[in-house]
Design a protein around this ligand. Sequence first.
Ligand code: SF4
Length: 120
Amino acid sequence: MSIVLLTFFSHNLSVVRHVADDVMVMYLGQAVEHGPKEAIYNAPKHPYTIALLAAAPTVNGHKNDLTLQGELPSPLNPPSGCALHKRCPYAKQQCSEIEPQLREWDGRLVACLRLEEIYG
Ligand code: SF4
């Protein structure tokens, strides 16, 4: 028995959904959410993943209403702390000061400082 591992990079969420078992969502070169495809597509947890899927309403047949503010910063000069903090509707002061690390949350890994407050 052999196991084949392939890494596939794409901005096309429909294609990713069809070819991947495991999905890693990245923002400015950093992983923000990583886990099984079903978990991420059916119930995204990171604000960037939610906004990304909201921008592609045909992917899972429903549309979330989370939209990001502002423009994509330069990857050559990313914001301090969480790279999403200037665009995230959930951002607080700590988000500009602390770089979140991937941690286990609801069956996947998520890099967000405020998961407990957002999801209770
Ligand atoms: S750490 Fe803060 S800015 Fe980053 S995704 Fe979480 S709530 Fe938003």
